[in-house]
Design a protein around this ligand. Structure first.
Ligand SMILES: Nc1nc2c(c(=O)[nH]1)N[C@@H](CN(C=O)c1ccc(C(=O)N[C@@H](CCC(=O)O)C(=O)O)cc1)CN2
Ligand SMILES: [Mg+2]
Length: 283
Protein backbone atom coordinates (compact mmCIF):
# COMPACT_ATOMS: atom_id res chain seq x y z
CA UNK A 1 0.00 0.00 0.00
CA UNK A 2 1.17 3.52 -0.78
CA UNK A 3 2.44 5.18 2.37
CA UNK A 4 -0.11 7.98 2.22
CA UNK A 5 -3.04 5.57 2.63
CA UNK A 6 -4.01 5.99 6.28
CA UNK A 7 -3.70 2.73 8.20
CA UNK A 8 -6.81 2.41 10.36
CA UNK A 9 -5.70 -0.77 12.12
CA UNK A 10 -2.52 0.88 13.38
CA UNK A 11 -4.29 4.07 14.50
CA UNK A 12 -7.14 2.28 16.24
CA UNK A 13 -4.94 -0.26 18.00
CA UNK A 14 -2.69 2.54 19.24
CA UNK A 15 -5.56 4.59 20.72
CA UNK A 16 -7.34 1.53 22.16
CA UNK A 17 -4.06 0.34 23.71
CA UNK A 18 -3.73 3.66 25.50
CA UNK A 19 -7.36 3.50 26.66
CA UNK A 20 -6.91 -0.07 27.95
CA UNK A 21 -4.03 1.11 30.14
CA UNK A 22 -6.15 3.97 31.45
CA UNK A 23 -9.07 1.64 32.22
CA UNK A 24 -6.65 -0.64 34.12
CA UNK A 25 -5.44 2.34 36.18
CA UNK A 26 -9.05 3.33 36.96
CA UNK A 27 -9.88 -0.28 37.93
CA UNK A 28 -7.04 -0.17 40.46
CA UNK A 29 -8.76 2.89 41.95
CA UNK A 30 -12.09 1.02 42.09
CA UNK A 31 -13.74 2.60 39.04
CA UNK A 32 -14.90 0.57 36.04
CA UNK A 33 -16.37 2.75 33.27
CA UNK A 34 -19.77 1.40 32.12
CA UNK A 35 -21.65 1.92 28.85
CA UNK A 36 -25.29 1.14 28.08
CA UNK A 37 -26.27 0.83 24.43
CA UNK A 38 -29.92 0.78 23.36
CA UNK A 39 -30.94 -0.73 20.03
CA UNK A 40 -34.58 -0.48 18.95
CA UNK A 41 -35.69 -2.67 16.05
CA UNK A 42 -33.84 -4.96 13.67
CA UNK A 43 -31.87 -2.73 11.31
CA UNK A 44 -29.04 -5.09 10.27
CA UNK A 45 -26.35 -2.39 9.94
CA UNK A 46 -27.22 -0.95 13.38
CA UNK A 47 -27.07 -4.46 14.86
CA UNK A 48 -23.50 -4.84 13.51
CA UNK A 49 -22.41 -1.44 14.88
CA UNK A 50 -23.88 -2.23 18.31
CA UNK A 51 -22.14 -5.62 18.39
CA UNK A 52 -18.86 -3.94 17.46
CA UNK A 53 -19.32 -1.36 20.23
CA UNK A 54 -19.84 -4.11 22.83
CA UNK A 55 -16.79 -6.02 21.52
CA UNK A 56 -14.66 -2.88 21.63
CA UNK A 57 -15.70 -2.25 25.26
CA UNK A 58 -14.67 -5.77 26.18
CA UNK A 59 -11.33 -5.28 24.44
CA UNK A 60 -10.37 -2.34 26.68
CA UNK A 61 -12.09 -3.49 29.90
CA UNK A 62 -15.15 -1.21 29.86
CA UNK A 63 -18.34 -2.78 31.28
CA UNK A 64 -21.12 -2.74 28.69
CA UNK A 65 -24.74 -3.81 28.46
CA UNK A 66 -26.87 -3.86 25.32
CA UNK A 67 -30.63 -3.33 25.58
CA UNK A 68 -32.24 -4.82 22.47
CA UNK A 69 -35.85 -3.65 22.20
CA UNK A 70 -38.49 -4.67 19.64
CA UNK A 71 -39.36 -2.25 16.80
CA UNK A 72 -42.85 -1.73 18.35
CA UNK A 73 -41.38 -0.27 21.57
CA UNK A 74 -43.22 2.96 22.38
CA UNK A 75 -41.47 6.26 22.95
CA UNK A 76 -42.70 6.22 26.57
CA UNK A 77 -41.14 2.78 27.15
CA UNK A 78 -37.86 3.92 25.62
CA UNK A 79 -37.82 7.10 27.73
CA UNK A 80 -38.46 5.02 30.88
CA UNK A 81 -35.37 2.94 30.11
CA UNK A 82 -33.29 6.07 29.49
CA UNK A 83 -34.41 7.53 32.84
CA UNK A 84 -33.50 4.27 34.59
CA UNK A 85 -30.03 4.31 33.02
CA UNK A 86 -29.59 8.00 33.89
CA UNK A 87 -29.95 6.95 37.54
CA UNK A 88 -27.78 3.78 37.35
CA UNK A 89 -24.53 4.21 39.32
CA UNK A 90 -22.57 1.63 37.28
CA UNK A 91 -23.47 3.28 33.93
CA UNK A 92 -21.45 6.34 32.88
CA UNK A 93 -22.35 6.45 29.20
CA UNK A 94 -25.70 5.98 27.44
CA UNK A 95 -26.01 5.62 23.69
CA UNK A 96 -29.22 5.15 21.72
CA UNK A 97 -28.35 3.71 18.33
CA UNK A 98 -29.73 5.76 15.44
CA UNK A 99 -31.83 5.70 13.36
CA UNK A 100 -34.83 5.00 15.57
CA UNK A 101 -38.14 3.68 14.18
CA UNK A 102 -40.27 6.43 12.63
CA UNK A 103 -42.83 6.57 15.47
CA UNK A 104 -40.16 7.65 17.97
CA UNK A 105 -38.81 11.20 18.10
CA UNK A 106 -35.01 11.06 18.09
CA UNK A 107 -34.90 14.58 19.54
CA UNK A 108 -37.10 13.63 22.51
CA UNK A 109 -34.93 10.61 23.30
CA UNK A 110 -31.61 12.48 22.96
CA UNK A 111 -32.96 15.32 25.14
CA UNK A 112 -33.81 12.76 27.86
CA UNK A 113 -30.24 11.42 28.18
CA UNK A 114 -28.36 12.93 31.14
CA UNK A 115 -25.94 15.48 29.64
CA UNK A 116 -22.97 14.04 31.56
CA UNK A 117 -23.76 10.49 30.26
CA UNK A 118 -24.33 11.58 26.63
CA UNK A 119 -21.32 9.78 25.16
CA UNK A 120 -22.61 10.43 21.62
CA UNK A 121 -22.31 14.18 22.22
CA UNK A 122 -25.73 14.71 20.59
CA UNK A 123 -27.55 16.40 23.51
CA UNK A 124 -28.30 20.09 22.74
CA UNK A 125 -26.27 21.17 25.78
CA UNK A 126 -23.20 19.24 24.58
CA UNK A 127 -23.73 20.61 21.05
CA UNK A 128 -23.98 24.15 22.47
CA UNK A 129 -20.86 23.72 24.60
CA UNK A 130 -18.95 22.50 21.54
CA UNK A 131 -19.96 25.59 19.58
CA UNK A 132 -18.94 28.03 22.33
CA UNK A 133 -15.69 26.20 23.03
CA UNK A 134 -16.55 24.87 26.50
CA UNK A 135 -15.40 21.36 27.52
CA UNK A 136 -18.04 18.75 26.65
CA UNK A 137 -18.54 15.22 25.38
CA UNK A 138 -17.74 15.42 21.65
CA UNK A 139 -19.61 13.49 18.95
CA UNK A 140 -17.62 10.37 18.10
CA UNK A 141 -17.18 10.55 14.31
CA UNK A 142 -16.05 14.21 14.31
CA UNK A 143 -13.72 13.64 17.28
CA UNK A 144 -12.27 10.61 15.48
CA UNK A 145 -11.70 12.65 12.32
CA UNK A 146 -9.65 15.26 14.23
CA UNK A 147 -7.64 12.46 15.88
CA UNK A 148 -6.96 10.87 12.46
CA UNK A 149 -5.85 14.19 10.93
CA UNK A 150 -3.53 14.97 13.84
CA UNK A 151 -2.02 11.51 13.84
CA UNK A 152 -0.96 11.89 10.19
CA UNK A 153 1.17 14.81 11.38
CA UNK A 154 -0.98 17.30 9.42
CA UNK A 155 -1.19 20.64 11.20
CA UNK A 156 -4.68 22.14 11.15
CA UNK A 157 -4.10 25.71 12.33
CA UNK A 158 -4.38 28.25 9.51
CA UNK A 159 -5.27 25.61 6.90
CA UNK A 160 -8.24 25.76 4.52
CA UNK A 161 -10.71 23.00 5.46
CA UNK A 162 -13.76 22.09 3.42
CA UNK A 163 -16.47 19.82 4.81
CA UNK A 164 -18.96 18.35 2.35
CA UNK A 165 -22.20 17.61 4.24
CA UNK A 166 -24.12 19.51 6.92
CA UNK A 167 -25.62 16.77 9.11
CA UNK A 168 -25.94 17.25 12.86
CA UNK A 169 -23.97 14.02 13.46
CA UNK A 170 -20.94 14.73 11.25
CA UNK A 171 -20.84 17.80 8.98
CA UNK A 172 -21.71 20.59 11.44
CA UNK A 173 -19.77 19.27 14.47
CA UNK A 174 -16.63 18.41 12.46
CA UNK A 175 -16.70 21.94 11.03
CA UNK A 176 -16.91 23.33 14.60
CA UNK A 177 -14.00 21.13 15.71
CA UNK A 178 -11.86 22.20 12.74
CA UNK A 179 -12.66 25.82 13.56
CA UNK A 180 -11.67 25.19 17.17
CA UNK A 181 -8.32 23.96 15.81
CA UNK A 182 -8.03 27.30 13.96
CA UNK A 183 -8.68 26.05 10.42
CA UNK A 184 -10.52 28.32 7.97
CA UNK A 185 -13.65 26.28 7.40
CA UNK A 186 -16.19 26.09 4.57
CA UNK A 187 -19.23 23.80 4.67
CA UNK A 188 -20.56 22.60 1.30
CA UNK A 189 -23.95 20.94 0.77
CA UNK A 190 -26.47 20.02 -1.89
CA UNK A 191 -27.19 23.68 -2.78
CA UNK A 192 -23.56 24.83 -2.90
CA UNK A 193 -22.51 26.45 -6.16
CA UNK A 194 -19.02 25.87 -7.57
CA UNK A 195 -18.42 23.01 -5.16
CA UNK A 196 -15.48 21.55 -7.10
CA UNK A 197 -13.67 24.89 -7.13
CA UNK A 198 -14.23 25.41 -3.39
CA UNK A 199 -13.02 21.89 -2.61
CA UNK A 200 -9.92 22.36 -4.76
CA UNK A 201 -8.85 25.13 -2.34
CA UNK A 202 -8.93 22.74 0.62
CA UNK A 203 -5.81 21.52 2.40
CA UNK A 204 -8.16 19.33 4.45
CA UNK A 205 -11.21 17.79 2.75
CA UNK A 206 -13.80 15.94 4.86
CA UNK A 207 -16.54 14.19 2.90
CA UNK A 208 -19.80 13.16 4.58
CA UNK A 209 -22.47 13.50 1.93
CA UNK A 210 -23.79 9.93 1.65
CA UNK A 211 -23.29 9.59 -2.13
CA UNK A 212 -21.03 6.80 -3.32
CA UNK A 213 -17.82 7.92 -5.08
CA UNK A 214 -19.10 11.53 -5.27
CA UNK A 215 -15.67 13.12 -4.88
CA UNK A 216 -13.37 12.60 -7.84
CA UNK A 217 -9.89 13.97 -8.46
CA UNK A 218 -11.34 17.22 -9.89
CA UNK A 219 -12.36 18.11 -6.29
CA UNK A 220 -8.94 17.59 -4.78
CA UNK A 221 -5.95 19.90 -4.46
CA UNK A 222 -2.73 17.92 -4.96
CA UNK A 223 -1.40 16.79 -1.57
CA UNK A 224 -4.61 17.59 0.38
CA UNK A 225 -5.61 15.25 3.20
CA UNK A 226 -8.91 13.52 2.34
CA UNK A 227 -11.14 12.01 5.05
CA UNK A 228 -13.99 9.87 3.74
CA UNK A 229 -16.89 9.39 6.17
CA UNK A 230 -19.22 7.67 3.68
CA UNK A 231 -20.38 4.08 4.05
CA UNK A 232 -22.50 3.20 1.02
CA UNK A 233 -23.57 -0.36 0.28
CA UNK A 234 -23.45 -0.92 -3.51
CA UNK A 235 -25.71 -3.28 -5.48
CA UNK A 236 -22.92 -5.87 -5.66
CA UNK A 237 -22.80 -5.87 -1.84
CA UNK A 238 -19.46 -4.06 -1.69
CA UNK A 239 -18.93 -0.97 0.46
CA UNK A 240 -17.98 2.34 -1.14
CA UNK A 241 -17.07 5.63 0.45
CA UNK A 242 -18.22 9.07 -0.69
CA UNK A 243 -14.80 9.47 -2.33
CA UNK A 244 -13.80 7.71 -5.54
CA UNK A 245 -10.71 6.32 -3.85
CA UNK A 246 -8.99 4.89 -6.94
CA UNK A 247 -9.41 8.18 -8.79
CA UNK A 248 -8.26 10.39 -5.89
CA UNK A 249 -5.47 8.35 -4.32
CA UNK A 250 -2.99 9.29 -7.03
CA UNK A 251 -3.33 13.02 -6.40
CA UNK A 252 -4.22 13.43 -2.69
CA UNK A 253 -2.02 13.50 0.36
CA UNK A 254 -3.03 11.20 3.26
CA UNK A 255 -6.37 9.54 2.48
CA UNK A 256 -8.72 7.21 4.39
CA UNK A 257 -9.91 4.05 2.63
CA UNK A 258 -13.47 2.79 3.26
CA UNK A 259 -13.96 0.57 5.16
CA UNK A 260 -11.34 0.53 7.87
CA UNK A 261 -10.56 3.97 9.29
CA UNK A 262 -13.35 6.43 10.15
CA UNK A 263 -15.85 3.75 11.32
CA UNK A 264 -13.50 1.93 13.71
CA UNK A 265 -12.16 5.30 14.94
CA UNK A 266 -15.77 6.39 15.68
CA UNK A 267 -16.19 3.40 17.97
CA UNK A 268 -12.80 4.11 19.56
CA UNK A 269 -13.90 7.67 20.41
CA UNK A 270 -17.01 6.20 22.05
CA UNK A 271 -14.72 4.24 24.37
CA UNK A 272 -12.75 7.41 25.05
CA UNK A 273 -15.94 9.35 25.84
CA UNK A 274 -17.12 6.61 28.21
CA UNK A 275 -13.83 6.81 30.13
CA UNK A 276 -14.07 10.63 30.17
CA UNK A 277 -17.67 10.47 31.45
CA UNK A 278 -16.78 7.95 34.16
CA UNK A 279 -13.95 10.15 35.43
CA UNK A 280 -16.13 13.29 35.38
CA UNK A 281 -19.02 11.56 37.19
CA UNK A 282 -16.64 10.29 39.91
CA UNK A 283 -15.24 13.72 40.72
N1 LIG B 1 -26.12 6.77 18.31
C1 LIG B 1 -25.43 6.79 17.17
N2 LIG B 1 -25.98 6.32 16.06
C2 LIG B 1 -25.27 6.37 14.90
C3 LIG B 1 -23.93 6.87 14.87
C4 LIG B 1 -23.39 7.37 16.07
O1 LIG B 1 -22.23 7.87 16.13
N3 LIG B 1 -24.16 7.30 17.20
N4 LIG B 1 -23.18 6.80 13.71
C5 LIG B 1 -23.63 5.93 12.64
C6 LIG B 1 -23.35 4.47 12.84
N5 LIG B 1 -22.11 4.13 13.56
C7 LIG B 1 -22.08 4.24 14.89
O2 LIG B 1 -23.05 4.11 15.59
C8 LIG B 1 -21.03 3.48 12.89
C9 LIG B 1 -21.05 3.30 11.54
C10 LIG B 1 -20.02 2.57 10.93
C11 LIG B 1 -18.98 2.05 11.68
C12 LIG B 1 -17.92 1.22 11.06
O3 LIG B 1 -17.11 0.66 11.77
N6 LIG B 1 -17.89 1.10 9.74
C13 LIG B 1 -16.94 0.26 9.08
C14 LIG B 1 -17.66 -0.49 7.98
C15 LIG B 1 -18.69 -1.39 8.59
C16 LIG B 1 -19.46 -2.20 7.58
O4 LIG B 1 -18.90 -3.18 7.08
O5 LIG B 1 -20.65 -1.88 7.36
C17 LIG B 1 -15.82 1.11 8.50
O6 LIG B 1 -16.06 2.29 8.21
O7 LIG B 1 -14.73 0.56 8.37
C18 LIG B 1 -18.96 2.25 13.02
C19 LIG B 1 -19.99 2.96 13.63
C20 LIG B 1 -25.15 6.08 12.50
N7 LIG B 1 -25.80 5.88 13.75
MG1 LIG C 1 -37.89 9.05 14.14
Amino acid sequence: MADHIINGKELVSDVRGRLKEEVERLAAEGLQPGLAVILVGEDPASAVYVRNKAKACEQVGIYSEVHRLPAETTQTELLELVHKLNAAANIHGILVQLPLPKHISEDAVIDAIAVEKDVDGFHPINVGNLSIGKPSLLPCTPAGIIEIIKRTGTSISGKRAVVIGRSNIVGKPVAMLLLRESATVTICHSRTENMKELCREADILVVAIGKPKFVTKEFVKPGAIVIDVGINRLEDGKLAGDVDFDDVVGISGPITPVPGVVGPMTITMLLQNTVQAAKALRS
